[in-house]
Design a protein around this ligand. Sequence first.
Ligand code: NAD
Length: 291
Amino acid sequence: MAVERVGVVGAGQMGNGIAHVFALAGCEVLLTDTSPEALAAAPQVIARNLDRQVAKGTITAEAKAQALARVIPTRELALLGQTDLVIEAATEREPVKTAIFESLVPHLAPHTILATNTSSISITRLASRTDRPEKFLGVHFMNPVPLMQLVELIRGIATDDATFDTAIAIVERLGKTASVAQDFPAFIVNRVLIPMINEAVYTLYEGVGTVTSIDTAMRLGANHPMGPLELADFIGLDTCLAIMNVLHDGFADTKYRPCPLLTKYVEAGWLGRKAGRGFYDYRTGTPVPTR
Ligand code: NAD
């Protein structure tokens, strides 16, 4: 199936990035968010990120202008029903995602494929709350979407072959690489990555290291491009905590218990870069460790 019009629900860091790459690939993108501020900011954020690509010479100024013109912000979730593919990229909370799909279903064209960018929640369970589990799958982009090569594709128990093949073709059209994961909590990337981040928070919590020593150790000692606490701030601490909770609940295994210090940061609203403060304070421009 040809995908020309795409709906994106959620205009946060991921939704903006997803809208960006689809618009650059020539699709018209309807972007919605319940937060008027997030929706109003989205075109500027996307324009800024496209400017970076122009400056690097990876796209032309004309391609930027054309892509930006293809992104249409709207407050009306129902309008997204008339697209070929809707990707949900709202907050990582199951009731939020379920409510979005339930509101969207009555407005959907028969052929529309539904996808979720969830980092961890069961695709099969989310699909079961829609009228089309066979046309539902997980399309998990990485952050920042315009730069990261991988898209994890997750089949629910009912996802049919035609839907899955369309998803593979979409990933190719975006110039990205697909990796297929089965529908178990947090799939592949976050099953491995987020417990590592949680363990880094434990080393901070137990006083084994400071923010600086932990990040330096993993950057220089494990050759990671970013330290785990810096990466946690980048992902969003609320998202990291939500994924740990999905792993903990999904496997009923105490090895996945979220670090109490991670919970504390989220309770404080210190959610990382997007909130201006997390394991680092970004408000002065230069990141300063908060512990
Ligand atoms: P974010 O907090 O930056 O953005 C979430 C957006 O969803 C917000 O703008 C919020 O207003 C909006 N929203 C909340 N409820 C909504 C609703 N009912 N309808 C429409 N919009 C609504 O979060 P994010 O980092 O963009 O994450 C979004 C999704 O992508 C999550 O499922 C997350 O797990 C997943 N994800 C995140 C990353 C990452 O590194 N941050 C990577 C891959 C996948």
